[in-house]
Design a protein around this ligand. Structure first.
Ligand code: ARG
Length: 366
């Protein structure tokens, strides 16, 4: 007889999570009966359903375990929207829009995750094809990209599916959802009122506003799988708030993104004839000042890298008092500007275990 195939959901991962849940949430009672029920359910059905409390805590643990995230001090405050009963593209789109409204909260950004139906035996979950719920399109125009090059592939896909837009620099991409492998994805324009955006200006330079730069308020990652106790939720968009450098030192500055440093330097009248004048560095700082200033003026939550670094060290200390390590990836934690000015630069971190769960993991293709 050939050996039996392993069950769809790994019982060991399930047991480990159930034990951790009951250890950290003593109010949930003794783990034994629940453990028995879960293993029995896996035996019978190949998988199991989390209770709402398990799902909520599991999602928070995935955030707590995110080694690349500097913003983990607030992991307990994550708002978990239990939408596991939803699996159609229409329903997912509708609730993603509601996610953006709830998270945007008129500018007082709230960390939110929306968890849709998981992968089940013989029934893979739907997928959101966007990297983030809100992102700008990139358009190929005369061999160059207008807009965000990071949004070029998805914009082309959207166009193939019939999406039309003006092809400007900050076109919000439609949400694209695929219900099943091989099926034609469906696209949805984001309705008015879902996408909070901030036009950028500078507190010291009037001309800065003329650059026409802007950015959206809610970074909501939609292409990672939430893994809890052996159950995979590939459709579980989540957001925090921005740290200014993500926009000012990467999205608008990277040569393969909006690549704005040359333009900013020129308007500043800097000597760009040699790298040694540090014109890029000076332009970069002014761009970052503009980002923080504009979000603040617009009443939209944003953190500066100094404050967020201190919060992260506070988080590590708090976890240590509870007897828990805080694995972290130095190269992701240290901000992309002024690294050594922040305390997170001057130390090492607990090693990262890629097998640690719950976790947000790179989504596998169907
Ligand atoms: N760095 C990404 C971006 O600029 C967002 C990653 C998540 N960031 C966050 N603050 N939660 O869009």
């Amino acid at each position: 007889m050939p050996p039996e195939p392993p069950p769809f959901t790994d019982p060991e991962q399930a047991a480990e999570f159930i034990r951790q849940f009951h250890r950290e949430q003593p109010a949930a009672g003794a783990p034994k009966p629940r453990l028995r029920a879960v293993l029995d359910e896996i035996d019978r059905t190949g998988s199991y359903l989390h209770t709402p409390a398990e799902l909520a805590y599991g999602a928070k643990l995935a955030w707590r375990n995110a080694a690349r995230c500097i913003g983990r001090l607030y992991w307990r405050s994550l708002v978990v929207r239990d939408l596991r009963h939803l699996s159609s593209a229409d329903d997912i789109a509708t609730e993603c829009f509601e996610h953006l409204r709830t998270a945007g909260n008129g500018g007082r950004i709230r960390p939110v995750i929306s968890v849709f139906a998981p992968d089940r035996p013989g029934r893979p979950a739907a997928r959101i094809l966007n990297q983030q719920l809100v992102r700008y399109a990139g358009h190929q125009v005369d061999g160059a990209v207008v807009g965000d090059p990071a949004g070029a592939v998805l914009a082309a896909r959207a166009r193939d599916l019939g999406w039309k837009c003006a092809e400007e620099r900050f076109d919000v991409l439609p949400l694209i959802i695929q219900e099943r492998p091989g099926e034609r994805p469906v696209w949805y324009e984001l309705p008015d009122g879902t996408t909070l955006e901030v036009p950028l200006s500078h507190p010291g330079y009037e001309w800065f506003a003329e650059l026409g730069l802007r950015w959206y308020a809610v970074p909501a990652i939609s292409d990672m799988t939430l893994e809890i106790g052996g159950v995979r939720y590939p459709t579980a968009p989540f957001n925090g708030w921005y740290m200014g450098t993500e926009i000012g030192a990467r999205n608008l500055a990277d040569a393969d993104r909006y690549d704005m440093l040359g333009t900013v330097a020129e308007r500043l009248g800097l000597d760009t004839s040699s790298d040694r004048t540090l014109w890029r560095d000076r332009a970069l700082i002014e761009l970052n000042i503009a980002v923080l200033h504009s979000f603040q003026e617009a009443g939209v939550t944003i953190a500066d890298h100094h404050t967020e670094s201190e919060r992260f060290l506070k988080h590590i200390a708090q976890e240590k008092r509870l007897g828990r390590p805080t694995p972290a990836d130095w190269s992701w934690i240290v901000p992309p500007v002024s690294g050594a000015l922040t305390p997170v630069y001057h130390r090492y971190y607990d090693p990262v275990d890629p097998e640690q769960r719950p976790a947000f993991t790179a989504r596998e293709p169907w």
